[in-house]
Design a protein around this ligand. Structure first.
Ligand code: ADP
Length: 452
């Protein structure tokens, strides 16, 4: 896990960045809003003062009368200018009017003549500072103007710097803390997921499918482990029986308790037991391979050939008991899979049909195609299989009649291999009713290229 980015880190980074951006934007917007409302207020105030002075001087006739009146007023914190209709400066509270240029072209003067009043924020050439001007037309083109030194944007912000710095730090800390808390809140249910009981968790709904899968896999694994343990136990048990028999006979021979003439018979018994052990080991290995899904090769298998091979191998045994075979096979019926596994599947079914058949009975083997499937049917004329046993006979080591099965050399694994093999070919196996004896039906999808 080291070096991998965590959900918590990503979430924290995203939340932190987002809250910082939002809070900063809000701060900037509110500073800008307060600055412009402060400006608007100042403009209104200056304008209303200018109006009062204009009203004061308006009745005084000409510019000279007005100037005389204005000269008597002490202007504190602001500058007053009176501009004649021709644009020449008649009076100025701060500067000698004779040094001042014609003001007719100034924006605020033009506005005042146009609409009665005008305000503007500008750098005063005369004073060299940021000035707010408010101009009012007194009458007949004569304009009275008030000017006030204003704080610029920069110095407004400069004045707010300490508060701004404090609030920026506060924003940073607040963003950090709230992002951390939110991240912890979101991540906690994830951290606390208990995988030993996946469905016992109260985590997010989005996690449920994942937890369900984990749970399913756990169960599957537990089952597999249990079955394997059981299987190993059974295998050991099954191996002990022939080994005990072999050991027993060997001990008798060792102690000279068997007559010389009986030795060949006992040797034969020992060979028989070792043979059944070999069969058992073969079957166990086949099943282990099937359990691991380790197919060595896949190919197209024509079941007619497979059936003929199995019958040829079983013919000698069958003949001893007068059992005959009836094969009816579609030569084109083919399945896809491992050929040696198909051999074992077919052999086990026909072997059982011989083993559990009546003396002189018939083993019927049928291979046909139906729909997209190949259907293999193996029937005999033995005692058949009771309904309540039909599921269980496919279990590993399950035998209906233990002594009979052992006597015929059965391992109890034959049908388990048949079922597993059929499934590995994508098919199924079932036991059906027949007029006499048992009928096994294996249905497997046709191979993609069935013609030869
Ligand atoms: P086994 O090696 O004992 O034959 P299988 O797995 O092949 O083991 O078969 C399981 C059991 O099913 C057998 O012990 C037997 O009792 C029963 N069985 C299988 N095939 C037949 C059949 N054709 N007729 C009657 N019983 C059968």
């Amino acid at each position: 896990m080291a070096g991998r980015k965590t959900l918590a880190t990503m979430l924290f980074a995203a939340l932190f960045a987002m809250s910082l951006v939002v809070m900063l934007a809000a701060t900037i917007a509110s500073v800008a809003a307060s600055f412009s409302s402060y400006e608007a207020q100042a403009e209104q105030l200056l304008l209303s003062r200018a109006s009062s002075y204009a009203a004061l001087v308006a009745p005084l006739g000409d510019e000279d009368g007005m100037r005389a009146r204005l000269e008597g007023i002490p202007f504190v914190g602001m500058r007053c200018t009176l501009i004649a209709a021709d644009g020449s400066v008649v009076f100025d509270s701060d500067v000698d009017p004779s040094t001042m240029g014609n003001h007719a072209g100034r924006a605020e003067i033009l506005a005042a003549r146009e609409s009665g009043q005008g305000t503007i924020m500008r750098r005063s050439e005369t004073l060299g500072t940021d000035m707010l001007y408010a101009a009012i037309e007194v009458r007949d083109g004569i304009v009275l103007r008030l000017a006030e030194t204003r704080i610029s944007h920069a110095s407004f912000l400069g004045g707010m710097a300490p508060q701004l710095a404090v609030s920026l730090v506060a924003i940073f800390i607040l963003s950090l803390l709230s992002s951390r808390a939110l991240t912890a809140m979101v991540a906690r249910p994830l951290r606390e997921v208990d995988l030993t009981s996946p469905l016992g968790n109260d985590a997010y709904a989005e996690l449920q499918p994942l937890l369900k899968r984990v749970d399913d896999q756990r169960r599957e694994l537990e089952r597999a482990v249990m079955m394997r343990r059981e299987f190993t136990g059974n295998v050991s048990h099954e191996m002990k029986t022939p080994l005990q028999v072999i050991g027993g006979y060997a001990e008798l021979m060792e102690n000279g308790m068997i007559d010389a003439k009986d030795v060949p018979r006992f040797a034969g018994l020992i060979r028989g037991e070792s043979e059944s052990m070999r069969l058992l080991i073969d079957d166990v290995l086949t099943l282990s391979r099937l359990d691991e899904n380790a197919c060595s090769e896949t190919g197209t298998v024509f079941l007619a050939d497979t059936c003929r091979r199995a019958i040829r191998r079983l013919e000698p045994t069958a003949r001893e008991r007068g059992i005959v075979f009836a094969l009816d096979a579609d030569e084109h019926a083919a399945i896809a899979g491992e050929p040696s596994l198909a051999d074992q599947m077919v052999y086990n079914l026909i072997d059982n049909a011989v083993k559990y058949n009546r003396e002189g009975g018939t083993v019927s083997v049928d291979v046909s195609r139906s729909g997209g499937d190949v259907v293999l049917t193996v029937s005999d004329e033995g005692s058949g299989i009771a309904r309540d046993q039909r599921e269980r006979i496919f279990e590993r080591f399950y035998r209906i009649d233990t002594s009979r099965s052992r006597e015929t050399g059965g391992t109890g694994l034959g049908l388990a291999i048949v079922k597993h093999a059929a499934e590995s070919f994508g098919g199924t196996v079932s036991v059906g009713d027949s007029t006499s004896g048992a009928t096994f039906v294996v249905t497997i999808p046709c191979a993609p290229i069935p013609e030869r």
